[in-house]
Structure formats: structure tokens, C-alpha cells
Design a protein around this ligand. Structure first.
Ligand code: AMP
Length: 440
């Protein structure tokens, strides 16, 4: 028997369990994606869909050579001497698309969003998978601090729409590219005398990318961070003004945040604003979503001129963890409008044609393919959750009728077979709740 690959999971109609974590039902995923799309529309973000496979170089350059993603988490595919990557994130692909199709020519800043799977060969654990599912925004072509605030407001609005509480928005500025070398030097000077305390990883990062030491989870290193120099003291005046504007605008929208001087991003192309939305529900699994400004990305992936841009990425799996922690039940699937029970071959044939005409009329209809006895079929009707059961026995076939049973009131009425679509439509329009289960 084959099994899903480690760190991946199936999404099933009734939901499932993956390595001890619940995976919500297909209906819950669809509902979550619908809510995300609704809020994206309010913020005038337009959906973009890029391929799962992207060139290795795009990801290596776009995500940054010193990141864990590029160094050890990429799923690569070799084909005709080319190496492709299953996308580990969508920002570099969206920037590729923006440049490839000259989307700037549409005029103004481009407000794009995406929903879809990403792939990273991380150690699987709760809230951390090898195939996971992101939604995110990319606002391309604006350096305005209002753009930063717009994507943060959008992120906030999405979790508000789901009713997620117990979150904190952490905010920092990591300055412009020209501000960072001075800060890197300051960090190197600060950590160098403590090199004996540093882990091997951090000693390597001291050379390659000392900002990443601020990300450490090692207690002895965390203790060192208390007195480490902070980026705020190294911001150039433009980056400092930008940061001030972002904070003021967030406050003006009553979006709570707190400044975290240790917040940096593992990705190299970030400039100025960085933020993360944390949740009490996640613990060690990190953030619900994270993002920032990445004015350096376009040139890193080959653009001749810079494209100021800001965005975030967030994970559906972690959203579901936060919802579960609050006892919020994800949406359940719509039930069929009607279930048809048929006894005997003649009845089965009539049942099939009634099902077809109802479906042509826009109704969803189920019937049993295996239940032979009336009792077994009525059980199946019950299980289906349909509001109405249509019953066809030999008597009904002879009379050209069908019995309509309301599954809630157990009331039964006989109708002429030809009248069924019209009668059902009238009934379902009058009382949609008779057939559909409500969304939680
Ligand atoms: P990142 O691109 O690493 O900043 O990730 C952005 C968001 O994607 C995170 O805040 C998570 O919600 C989600 N995410 C990233 N990696 C994983 C993963 N391996 N499994 C599940 N969700 C993830």
C-alpha cells in the first residue's frame, strides 16, 4: 500500500488526521479560500497563479543563497539538463511574472494575491509540512508607506474575518541595503568576543549573514541578544522616516503592533518594513504569516531598474491550528438537495432520469448504487444529509408518482413524477434550509 510522502497530506471530504494533526475537510479548505478571496477583493488585490515549477536560479537568487530554504529545503526536479524547483514560496515567482509580462504597463501599482501550495523539505511537525498552502499579497511598484500599511491591514482583516484572536503583530525595519553593512559590522563586532558561546551554525552566520543570528532559538545565544546592537540605530534617514510613517499610519487605523528590534527575515531581499503576525495557538511553530518590503528583489532576479514592493505570505495550515485552538468549527460541505430511494429495476431507471432532470434544473441529487433493501437505502438517505428523500417503489412506478419525504418533519406527500422538478424547486426556494446544511 502506498502512503502520502512524509510531510504531505490528503485533503478529504470528511477531513483526516496527518501525523497527529487534524487536516480539515475539503469544504473547510474551500470556505477558507473563499474568505481569503473575499477580503483580497475588498483591498482590490487581483489573483495571480504562477507555475509550481520554477527555474532553480530564480529561487536561488530571489530567496537568497544564505537562507535555509535555498541551502537545504528545496525540492528540485531534473529534466533535460535543466534543474527546476517546486516553489518554496511565491514572492520570487510573482516578481518574475511581473517582469516577464511587463505588468507595470497596466499602470499604477499592481496589487496581486495568490493562493496555492508551496514545498520545503523541512522536518515535518505540527504546523510545519513539506507541502503546505499559502495565501499572500504582493503590492508591486510603490514605495509609499501606505502600501506597507495596506498589506498589513489586509493581513489583519483576513484573520479578523475568521474570528482569530490572541494574535500579535511584530514590526521592525531592517533599513535599506546601504544601511545594513554598518549594522552587520556592528553585529560582528558584538558577537566576535562571544564566539565560544555561539553554535556552529551561528559562527558560520557571523560571516555569511549575522542578522540571522537574531533568529536564534539557542538559549545561550538568546541571552546574548539582550545587549546586541539594534537596527533602529543604523537606519538611514529615509528608511527611518518611512518606518515612522508606517507606525503612524498603523496607529491611525487602530491596528495594534509592537516593535521588535530582533525581527529580521531569513530572506535576503527584504528592505525597510518587516512584520510577522504571531498567534498564541502556534507556540514554536512560528508565525501565522510574515512579510515586508523587498525593494531589492526585482534587481536580484534580473530587472534593470528597481521595483519597490511589499507583501506577505501566510499559511492555511497555521490558520486552521489557530481556529481549532479557539474551537471554531470549520465550514462543512453542502448536503445534496435530495436523495432518491428506488426499489426494483424499473424504479431504478425512473430514479436515474428524475435525478438527471433535477440536476439539469440545478439541484444536487444523490442515490444509492448498492443499497438493495428499502431499509438500507433509507439509511443511506439519512447519512447523505439530504433534506428530502424521493421514494420510488413498484406502486409508485405503476401510478407514475413519487413519494417526497421531508427528512426533518418525516412528512410524506405523493407527487406526479413529471411535477417533481417544479415542486422541488418551489419548495427549496421557499425553504432553502430544508436541504442545505448551513455554513458554520
Ligand atoms: P515564510 O515564507 O517562511 O515567511 O512563511 C510564510 C508563512 O508560510 C509562515 O508564516 C507560515 O504560515 C507558512 N509556512 C512557511 N513554511 C511552512 C511549512 N513548512 N509548513 C506550514 N506552513 C508554512
Amino acid at each position: 500500500m502506498f502512503q502520502t510522502i512524509r510531510g504531505t497530506f490528503d485533503i478529504l471530504p470528511d477531513g483526516a488526521d496527518s501525523a497527529g494533526s487534524p487536516v480539515p475537510s475539503t469544504a473547510a479548505w474551500l470556505h477558507a479560500e473563499t474568505v481569503v478571496r473575499e477580503i483580497m477583493a475588498r483591498y482590490a488585490f487581483e489573483e495571480i497563479r504562477t507555475p509550481i515549477l520554477e527555474p532553480l536560479d530564480l529561487i536561488a537568487r530571489g530567496v537568497g543563497g544564505t537562507t535555509d530554504i535555498v541551502q537545504k529545503e528545496m525540492f528540485t526536479v531534473e529534466r533535460s539538463k535543466e534543474t527546476y524547483v517546486l516553489r518554496p514560496e511565491v514572492t520570487a515567482p510573482v516578481m518574475r511574472a511581473y517582469l516577464q509580462h511587463a505588468l507595470a504597463q497596466r499602470g499604477g501599482a499592481q496589487r496581486l494575491f495568490y493562493v496555492g501550495p508551496c514545498f520545503r523539505a523541512e522536518r515535518p511537525q505540527k504546523g510545519r509540512y513539506r507541502q503546505f498552502h499559502q495565501f499572500g499579497t504582493e503590492l508591486l511598484g510603490s514605495a509609499d508607506p501606505r502600501a506597507d500599511v495596506d498589506v498589513i491591514a489586509n493581513l489583519r482583516a483576513i484573520y479578523d474575518a475568521f474570528g482569530v484572536t490572541g494574535t500579535r503583530l511584530r514590526l521592525n525595519s531592517i533599513g535599506d541595503a546601504e544601511d545594513r553593512p554598518r549594522y552587520r559590522d556592528a553585529l560582528r563586532d558584538y558577537f566576535a568576543p562571544h564566539a565560544d558561546v555561539l553554535s556552529e551554525t551561528s559562527r558560520t552566520r557571523l560571516e555569511s549573514n549575522p542578522l540571522r543570528i537574531l533568529d536564534t532559538k539557542v538559549p545561550a545565544e538568546i541571552a546574548l541578544l539582550a545587549d546586541a546592537p539594534v537596527m533602529a540605530d543604523f537606519l538611514g534617514s529615509e528608511a527611518a522616516d518611512h518606518h515612522g510613517d508606517v507606525k503612524e499610519l498603523l496607529a491611525s487605523l487602530d491596528i495594534p503592533f509592537f516593535e521588535d528590534p530582533l525581527l529580521v527575515r531569513g530572506l535576503d531581499y527584504y528592505t525597510r518594513t518587516v512584520f510577522e503576525l504571531e498567534s498564541d495557538a502556534l507556540g514554536a511553530q512560528g508565525a501565522l504569516g510574515a512579510g515586508g518590503r523587498y525593494d531589492g528583489l526585482a534587481e536580484a532576479v534580473g530587472s534593470k531598474s528597481p521595483v519597490p514592493a511589499v507583501g506577505y505570505a501566510a499559511g492555511f495550515e497555521r490558520l486552521f491550528i489557530a481556529l481549532a485552538a479557539q474551537g471554531i468549527v470549520p465550514a462543512t460541505a453542502d448536503k445534496p438537495d435530495a436523495f432518491i430511494v428506488a426499489l426494483g429495476e424499473d424504479a431504478e431507471r425512473v430514479a436515474l432520469s428524475i435525478a438527471q432532470s433535477l440536476r439539469t434544473n440545478g439541484r444536487s441529487v444523490d442515490f444509492s448504487l448498492d443499497g438493495k433493501s428499502m431499509k438500507a437505502q433509507m439509511k443511506a438517505a439519512d447519512r447523505s444529509g439530504a433534506g428530502l428523500t424521493l421514494i420510488l417503489g413498484q406502486d409508485e412506478i405503476t401510478a407514475g408518482t413519487v413519494i417526497v419525504r421531508d427528512m426533518k418533519t418525516r412528512e410524506q406527500t405523493a407527487l406526479q413524477q413529471a411535477d417533481v422538478p417544479g415542486a422541488l424547486n418551489a419548495r427549496l426556494q421557499f425553504d432553502p434550509a430544508a436541504s442545505k446544511s448551513g455554513k458554520a
